[in-house]
Design a protein around this ligand. Sequence first.
Ligand SMILES: NC(=O)c1ccc[n+]([C@@H]2O[C@H](COP(=O)([O-])OP(=O)(O)OC[C@H]3O[C@@H](n4cnc5c(N)ncnc54)[C@H](OP(=O)(O)O)[C@@H]3O)[C@@H](O)[C@H]2O)c1
Length: 263
Amino acid sequence: MERQVALVTGGSGGIGAAVAVALAAAGASVGVNYRSDPEGAAAVVAEIEQLGGSAVALQADASREDQVRSMFRALLDRFGRLDVLVANAGIQQDAAFAEMTLEQWRAVLDVNLTGQFLCAREAVRIFDRQGRDPGRSCAIGKIICVSSVHEVIPWAGHANYAASKGGVMLMMKSLAQEVAPRGIRVNGIAPGAIQTEINRAAWETQEALQSLLKLIPYGRIGRPEDVARAAVWLASDASDYVTGTSLFVDCGMALYPGFRDNG
Ligand SMILES: NC(=O)c1ccc[n+]([C@@H]2O[C@H](COP(=O)([O-])OP(=O)(O)OC[C@H]3O[C@@H](n4cnc5c(N)ncnc54)[C@H](OP(=O)(O)O)[C@@H]3O)[C@@H](O)[C@H]2O)c1
């Protein structure tokens, strides 16, 4: 990833932080986006600089068009180009369907789906302007949409989240189809249960963890680094013949584990 520049949205913690560090370890300069946690983003930048890499923290709400535009401008001001977007920022606001407010529905769709649209659109515009540079990468640019196993697994009590991730999957595939002739690769990562703040309630007690593990055939909760390694692969020329694919990083969560014992 040397001489390449990546932007990771929601890079101040969890999966995004691990992706930012892994891309930097692979040689990329990295923009670390955050919304509300400047200390988290600064810690990621410091970790990358300790590795001998370059990074910049960029504040923006990924669901706001004006802020997304300013963030990409700031990245270009600092590093001069963009090669990889990892659209990762995401939230959950859970409620039973009949109790879900329009605000909860909109908040999740705005960040998880519209935010990825806004960021991917800016990235495509920049990739098209930059053109091809085979010395850097076979592709003109790469986009990785962080989705979820819930792009295919229905999730009661989380209809807004599942709808946003199903939307991300088909946006990703439609965009991949549209821009492949221009040399842009677009893929998704569908993580299973990864130990971060977003799902703390699912792993912080032994009881919750044991119940979660029943859904994971491989028998362990994921770590952000598990997703980060997949992101580096999808961002690099090692995956140059891959576009429009959801890579499930879930240790079998999407394999209907309830059918293990004859259903
Ligand atoms: N953990 C899992 O098991 C799991 C499974 C499947 C999919 N995912 C997906 O993976 C992605 C990352 O989740 P995570 O587990 O790492 O969660 P996390 O630890 O809660 O981190 C979420 C990140 O998103 C950022 N963010 C939230 N709203 C934002 C906005 N409007 N604009 C910019 N950044 C925003 C947060 O930034 P601030 O803290 O600075 O506000 C934070 O950096 C999400 O899309 C999530 O849906 C996670």
